[in-house]
Design a protein around this ligand. Sequence first.
Ligand code: ATP
Length: 238
Amino acid sequence: MISTKDLTKKFGDLTAVDHLSLSVKEGELLCLLGANGAGKSTTINMLLNFVAPTSGSATINGLDATRHPIKTKEFITYIPENLMLYPMLTAIENLDYFSGITGRQLAQSSLTGFLEEAGLQKDAFHKRISTFSKGMRQKVGIAIALAKDTKVLLLDEPTSGLDPKASNEFGNLLQKLRGKGVAILMATHDLFRAKVVATHIGIMKDGKLVQQFVADDISLPQLEKTYLETMNYKEVLS
Ligand SMILES: Nc1ncnc2c1ncn2[C@@H]1O[C@H](COP(=O)(O)OP(=O)(O)OP(=O)(O)O)[C@@H](O)[C@H]1O
């Protein structure tokens, strides 16, 4: 569903992503961890064709994201740290607009059904997004993914700034999407949420994928220790 092969991005002399090969299959959730500047966002941006690779390939649903940018985006829902929605439109109007971009015209009853499934409280459906908390906006993002019947979800720091309850709710929604066979790639600094929601965890450093785990095979303390050792933060452990 999502794959990269020797994906590389250079910005001048800086190699932001360095021969990165990864794969996320249907129903899997890969969390990418790594320090600021490790190359997580650049990887996601190449899958979205926001950034052109220097070499290697980024593939969505078997299609090269660089050569088929419009077709591949039909399969993708992208939720960044701050989801761009129209602040003066209501939740339902935003959902109608963003699901309509891919040619779907959904009845009001379907739109409200998706907002409900995404856990947004009913009294917010007809309120303007400008009045929403970040957690509520993220739920509209999930409703868009549901309405698009998305195959691939790309998430960049989606839980940063969410309180623990909202972050937990968001994690539960990701599990629901996994259950529908969505392939999910999530860049995050939140080791706890990564351990709870991921099926697979990767640690990036200097543009390279330097560690990979099956999430069930590693405990949270082990993950934290490995992460810190990988970052050479050995002094924190002593
Ligand atoms: N458009 C750009 N032009 C030049 N350098 C860039 C550009 N985009 C990213 N970089 C650099 O590429 C490297 C990787 O950045 P990237 O944003 O992918 O890291 P990240 O792992 O997502 O970091 P963070 O956790 O801070 O979001 C960084 O050194 C960054 O400064």
